[in-house]
Ligand binder design. Structure first.
Ligand code: ADP
Length: 274
């Protein structure tokens, strides 16, 4: 039912026996675009409630990872697991696996919210409608209930007075706050943040990062975050993964990665961006 608590710890009915217990697991994931291998047998896991930051040079595959999780792209090989379900397959009638249906993907997608670099608000809808659209049409929440929740979220993101505004009447920072509220309105278990401050004017960046810090520190939502904001990454991360050419070259606590990285490549990257 739509109002189920999003963080309820139950075993999903369509979980596959023997599936990993991690909330997210990439298992030898390969992603190719034509003959360009962007991710090369990538393995990593994210635990429930963990905040993971993906750092590394442009073109190293970070955004592709978020897009695969959001099912905006399909893997070329390997398996992505979300809460015990493979993204590419689902349990078949004989106990084996069959290719994932759209319905299976939709069910998994409900667990995941994404905030994009370019906000991607619906331009023809006001702020309130942007936030309530998916809860009403996808989760089948009553409109009045969705609006009440949307107003709470607008309060949280500091835009209580903008419910009736259209996206074009808002600054970039305000639009991104609405996009964050819209993602949270779906009560996601996992929030994907893809360079959410890169398109903002510099003076608007700190406010959005402070909001995300607050969300990270006051909710149980699992976060996967691609960012070039290293201080932010240091503040919110349980785990930092350093990517290069579609591989994790090292991962660890922010203290380890920012303070004493093992790899020369990580040191070079950090000295270029810090
Ligand atoms: P990052 O987020 O680390 O900057 P991306 O995941 O955006 O890296 O991109 C990794 C590589 O994949 C880049 O070389 C990019 O050009 C390529 N790529 C990403 N999406 C596509 C696509 N839809 N078609 C072709 N190449 C793509």
């Amino acid at each position: 039912m739509a109002t189920d608590h999003p963080l309820e710890k139950t075993t999903p009915a369509d979980a596959v026996p023997g599936a990993p217990a991690d909330l997210v697991r990439f298992d030898r994931v390969v992603k190719r675009f034509g003959d360009h291998t962007v991710l090369d047998r990538l393995d990593f896991a994210v635990q429930r409630g963990e905040h993971v930051t993906l750092i590394g040079p442009s073109g190293s595959g970070k955004t592709t990872i978020l897009r695969l999780l959001m099912t905006l792209e399909r893997v070329s090989d390997g398996v992505i697991w979300v809460d015990g379900r493979p993204l590419s397959h689902m349990p078949g009638p004989d106990g084996g696996l069959k290719p994932a249906s759209e319905k299976h993907l939709r069910e998994i997608r409900k667990k995941i919210g994404m905030v994009f670099q370019q906000f991607n608000l619906f331009p023809n809808m006001n702020v309130l409608r942007n936030i309530t659209e998916a809860p009403v049409s996808v989760l089948k929440v009553e409109r009045a209930e969705a609006e009440e929740r949307a107003r709470e979220l607008l309060e949280l993101v500091g835009l209580a007075d903008k419910a009736g505004a259209h996206p074009t009447q808002l600054s970039g920072g305000q639009q991104q706050r609405v996009a964050i509220a819209r993602a949270l309105a779906m009560r996601p278990e996992i929030l994907l943040l893809d360079e959410v401050t890169s398109a903002l004017d510099p003076e608007l960046v700190a406010g959005v990062l402070d909001l995300l810090r607050e969300i990270a520190h006051t909710t149980d939502i699992t976060m996967l975050c691609v960012t070039h904001e290293m201080n932010f990454a240091r503040d919110i991360s349980d785990q930092v993964m350093m990517f290069d050419s579609g591989k994790v070259i090292e991962s660890g606590s922010p203290e380890k990665i920012f303070g004493d990285p093992d790899h020369e490549r990580t040191r070079a990257f950090l000295s270029a961006v810090l």
